[in-house]
Design a binder for this molecule. Structure first.
Ligand code: APR
Length: 269
């Protein structure tokens, strides 16, 4: 199979997971599950109350494990498999932490997969930054200290996997096997640098097609990616329910759900 485009970059956001019922963290009043964003998603919030943060992310892990990849994830995963057998190259950049791309793909599209906001299925040592595959929920929905293996989350074969629940401190915070220091979710919090941005920019400046799916275009750095690709000469396409904030950066707008519009668009390439 051959494709019209030779280097394709896909960027996805919360909208691609909407049809899987993944709840977006942020509601209109700026609260996440009744917590201020900075309480549960910032380094200072973790320093102040790591138990609250782990309760919050334990719930996120349980909800993500229940969600299933939808038609848009499956369409994209099939395309990535087809592209691997062709002369074209694709890179998938996601802002989502829900592991649904990996689960739809059936493996980790490692080299060409950038989860720039981290993922729910990894933890990181707060001392040495060693990263682990971690599918445990350490607290249940009522805030009770438990050990639930959120089985359906993706595990990364190239990382040490916390197959048995790690040691915990007196407050129930999981401790890293490497340094016996607190583990934190490997999620990019407010005020932190997204992961893999240099590699993302490298791909953006070399691509001939850029497709953004289900992202509102108001969170940096991803909101800039379309402009970077366009400036480098790529055709830029946006698939979204509504016009995004960075609409001017796109040549083509396909308004509708990702499940409908993505398969339609891919037929054309
Ligand atoms: N199909 C396509 N697009 C959809 C669908 C759907 N079924 N449902 C919603 N959308 C669109 C919305 O119209 C919106 O423009 O998806 C976009 C989602 O926007 P956001 O919720 O802002 O998500 P995202 O752009 O991924 O946010 C970026 O912000 O909250 C932080 O770190 C978090 O990664 C997230 C980042």
């Amino acid at each position: 199979m051959d494709f019209r485009y030779k280097r394709i970059v896909f960027l996805t956001g919360a909208g691609i997971s909407a049809e899987s019922g993944v709840r977006t963290f942020r509601d209109s009043s700026g609260l996440w599950e009744n917590h201020k964003v900075e309480e549960v998603a910032s380094p200072s919030g973790f320093q102040k109350d790591p138990v609250l943060v782990w309760k919050f992310y334990s719930l996120r892990r349980l909800q993500a494990a229940e969600a299933k990849p939808n038609k848009a994830h499956a369409t994209l995963a099939n395309l990535l498999h087809d592209l691997e057998k062709s002369h074209s190259k694709a890179t998938l950049i996601t802002q989502n932490v829900d592991t649904l791309h990996e689960r739809a793909y059936g493996a980790l599209p490692d080299k060409n997969f950038l989860d720039i906001h981290g993922t729910l299925s990894r933890s990181r040592c707060t001392k040495c930054s060693k990263v682990y595959s971690d599918r445990w929920a350490y607290f249940d929905a009522t805030g009770k200290s438990v050990d639930i293996h959120a089985d359906d989350l993706w595990s990364n074969a190239s990382l040490t996997c916390l197959l048995t629940t790690p040691k915990r401190n007196a407050n129930g915070i999981p401790l890293s096997p490497c340094c016996t220091e607190q583990l934190r979710p490997d999620i990019v919090w407010f005020g932190e640098r997204p992961q893999g941005v240099e590699k993302a920019v490298e791909e953006l400046t070399r691509c001939d097609l850029f497709v953004a799916i289900g992202t509102s275009g108001n969170v940096q750095p991803a909101s800039n990616f379309a402009a970077v690709a366009r400036k480098a000469g790529a055709h830029t396409v946006c698939i979204n329910l509504e016009s995004p904030e960075n609409a001017g950066a796109f040549h083509e707008h396909l308004l509708g759900t990702a499940g409908d519009k993505l398969p339609e668009f891919l037929k054309k390439i």
